[in-house]
Design a binder for this molecule. Sequence first.
Ligand code: UDX
Length: 432
Amino acid sequence: MKLCMIGTGYVGLVSGVCFADLGNDVICIDRDIKKVEDLKKGIIPIYEPGLEELVLKNYKNKRLKFSTNLKDSIFKSDIIFICVGTPSKKNGNGADLSQIYNVAKEIRASISKFKIIITKSTVPVTTGDEIEKIISQKVSKKLFSVVSNPEFLREGEAIRDFTYPDRVVIGTTDKKSNKILKNLYLPLISKGTKYVNTSRRAAELIKYASNAFLATKITFINELANLCEKIDVNIQDISIGMGLDKRIGGRFLRAGPAYGGSCFPKDTKAIVTTADQFKINLSVIKSVIKSNENRSSLLIKRVFNILNGKVKNKKICFLGVTFKANTDDMRDSSSLLMIPSLHKMGAKINYFDPTGEKDDFKKLNNVHFSSNINFAIRESDLIIIHTEWNDFKSINFNNAVKNKKFIVFDMRNIYSPDKMKELKIKYFGVGR
Ligand code: UDX
């Protein structure tokens, strides 16, 4: 099939490349000329395991193309995926849909035969209705169908998540579009992926509801971790004991820092705003947002206590600063709150991240990037494991750290407390 992805960010690039790999002709469009030129040269704008190889392979066999020409690409395609950003509004919590609506206007200027127009970006309920309204002002409804097909892929696991999703959700009541899209996803459906056809509004809501629920699970276990710390119980035992109940499930029950990333913080706020507009109070999700926002201050207080209130001039090393492992994404990472706060309290901070130095900390005079783990931790009084990269799972701390009284604060519970005790390392985890 002939597809075009408008917006070559995370969702657009990954799904475009994966659709090409399934045998479709895909044009990935972006208005950023440099990004498009780089992609043509095989330079990938994001860090995502496996993505580069897949781009190179499909670009070489010509199933994948990159372009800045929206009009021409729409003309050549049967299915158009809108994959542009839907960030939080600057002055509020709702999603800023200006990019989506601008694209809708551009699409309507280029339709001459039947097109399926799909929102793959996360968009609030009724956005599809609005897109349909915008396009139908200039184009007959017979020539297009607006469908919601939310993407559930996780950063760092994006290609696997695209190829083996738990479900494909298609929001449309148009039988013709449903048939075409079921066919597009057939290679995944025939491997066992569930295909859910529902209304457009329901599909839009499924995405927000899923992210809000996962954020709730994480926040729930993070709050229980606070209790576990007071009663000498290991939160990991609670996660295992709860997770074995099939109604609950063990995933997204790992206690740690505040959840971050490009989706959970933004989407939880957006769903609450949408509900408020309909005068519905999503009080559970509101509490989740508040609890997660408080989590970084709570962990900073914990660092303060671990250091017996003496933070000034302490050498603190952060291992990992991105919001999770296997990504270079800093968006809403809890390190963005924790590092400046500890810096303000007078700590001298070193950090190492496998994805390199971050612009976010360049202006802080006592925050420095080290290009390898051993060098980063060598002089430390306190080592904070912030992100669960595999690189941090078997560090020989006793050999690497000079100061023999160093402390490890493992915010991801990577190491065994018993093992650390055997090694005579002063060690703290989360919720245990
Ligand atoms: C998420 C959703 O999983 C995905 O379906 C959606 O399309 C986009 O948002 P992503 O943002 O890539 O994906 O990250 P995810 O792996 O879900 O983690 C989000 C945050 O939750 C991270 O900060 C992570 O560290 C945290 N997390 C996750 C926990 O603290 N504990 C867990 O058990 C799981």
